[in-house]
Design a protein around this ligand. Structure first.
Ligand code: FAD
Length: 396
């Protein structure tokens, strides 16, 4: 009962009980259930009923129909900046909209956000929906989910996309829950099935060993979050115009459970890892935390950012926000220098689209050398200081 009361997306219910408005729920009801007690009969029935549910074999696709139509990109605007993945997705959204034969729109939520509108048109949105309200000044799950959900209910787009950033990973599941539709998180490839016009959402699965293509056949909208820097940045055409639709946001503070008290920014050099142009990445080949200094020296000379493998993070040499790969950040720098990294698939998926990869490894069979543009087989403790010295000479 307690959880039902506070769930921000109304995702919870006590099964086989008549649904009641929140005000009528008993906040003490939760105390009647103890996890150690046997399952109440109502819950058992519910579990059995759900076991019997099967996915219908034939579903009439509704994509491209009159009701749910259009591709939307949610434009992420925080602390005065747009997350560049939003523009990447307008580029990708254009291709999807052309394949379906529908329109492409951008959605901006926040406060005092008018400066972003011309940019959204410049990157290809035909329509821009704006919800501008002081409550939306700083990101919070509930008001953002509420604002976007009400827009979706009103205008019924068939596809909505957002970056798989911290915000996208947080707000999209909340919206999908409110709308009772499917969401594929962390996609790396999107496409349209030419026959059904359904969105094909592809992402690494099973530890990165397969690429799974997922369809959302029975509910709308089809929702995906997409990894930053995987899709190409579209051309920006300043001065391009489109239709602007402003929507009212009628909620007030008392409708929401959370308040922003203070922002404490990260001072880690890695804070903008996904935007870094030169990355010096380390792996377990470095052998000890104290040896990080040789990579840092190289990064300093090149103006690069330090990152690494999950191995290096788990060893306590780096923080999680410095981890590149499937369960870390996806990067696409101009230069990626991999030092003592084996090149496990889970690491490669996060960096193999870098423009130029230099790998240093003493094992000539290491997988990282197969994706490297320039591989150096040898001892990193000799090679990296030699590179640093050479770059110092040339760059001074
Ligand atoms: P190792 O595989 O141990 O490689 C060390 C390399 O250093 C070796 O190739 C060795 O030849 C070389 N070396 C050793 N000494 C020297 C020397 N003196 N000079 C030169 N070279 C030397 N990993 C990630 O990185 N990112 C992720 O997001 C991620 N997510 C994961 C998610 C799941 C579900 C799972 C199961 C795993 C994930 N992993 C991830 C872990 C991944 O599978 C690998 O274990 C990890 O990437 C290996 O890290 P490494 O390359 O630092 O270490």
């Amino acid at each position: 009962g307690k959880c039902v009361l506070v769930c921000p997306t109304n995702a919870l219910a006590i099964p086989n009980q008549p649904s009641k408005p929140k005000e009528e729920l008993d906040p003490e009801a939760g105390s009647k259930f103890n996890l150690k007690d046997p399952l109440p009969e109502a819950v058992k029935d519910y579990a059995q009923d759900n076991d019997k549910k099967t996915i219908p074999a034939q579903v009439t696709p509704v994509a491209g129909g009159d009701v749910w139509s259009g591709v939307w990109v949610i434009i992420e605007y925080t602390n005065g900046k747009v997350a560049p993945v939003s523009w990447e997705l307008l580029g990708e959204g254009r291709k999807l909209a052309d394949a379906i034969g529908c329109g492409l729109s951008g959605v901006i939520t926040g406060n005092e956000i008018d400066s972003v509108i011309p940019e959204a048109f410049a990157y290809g949105a035909e329509k821009v929906y704006v919800v501008d309200h002081p409550i939306l000044k700083d990101y919070r799950t509930e008001p953002y989910a509420e604002a976007i959900t009400s827009l979706v209910r009103k205008y019924q787009p068939e596809i909505i996309l957002m970056g798989a950033t911290s915000m996208g990973r947080d707000v999209f599941p909340a919206i999908a829950t409110k709308l009772q539709t499917g969401l594929t998180a962390d996609c790396t490839v999107l496409g349209i099935d030419p026959e059904t016009k359904l969105l094909q959402q592809t992402r690494p699965a099973f530890g990165g060993n397969i690429m799974a293509t997922i369809l959302c056949r029975t509910s709308r909208p089809q929702m995906s979050t997409v990894r930053p820097r995987v899709m190409a940045m579209p051309e920006r055409i300043d001065g391009r115009e489109g239709e602007l639709i402003r929507e009212e946001f009628t909620f007030d503070e008392s409708d929401f459970h959370t308040k922003i008290l203070e922002f404490i920014g990260s001072d880690a050099k890695s804070a903008f890892l996904d935007k870094a142009e030169i990355i010096v990445a380390v792996g377990l080949g470095l052998a000890a935390k104290k040896n990080l200094a040789i990579a840092e020296e190289l990064a300093d000379v090149l103006g690069g950012t330090i990152a690494g493998t999950r191995g290096a993070v788990e060893a306590g040499w780096l923080t999680h926000d410095q981890q590149v790969g499937q369960s870390g950040v996806t990067v696409r720098p101009k230069v990626y220098i991999a030092i003592g990294i084996s090149g496990a698939i889970q690491h490669l998926v996060g960096m193999e689209t870098s423009d130029f990869i230099i790998a240093i490894n003493n094992d000539p069979e290491a997988s990282i050398l197969k994706v490297a543009n320039f591989g150096i087989v040898g001892d990193l403790f000799q090679i990296v200081p030699a590179m640093t010295a050479e770059f110092k000479k040339r760059l001074q």
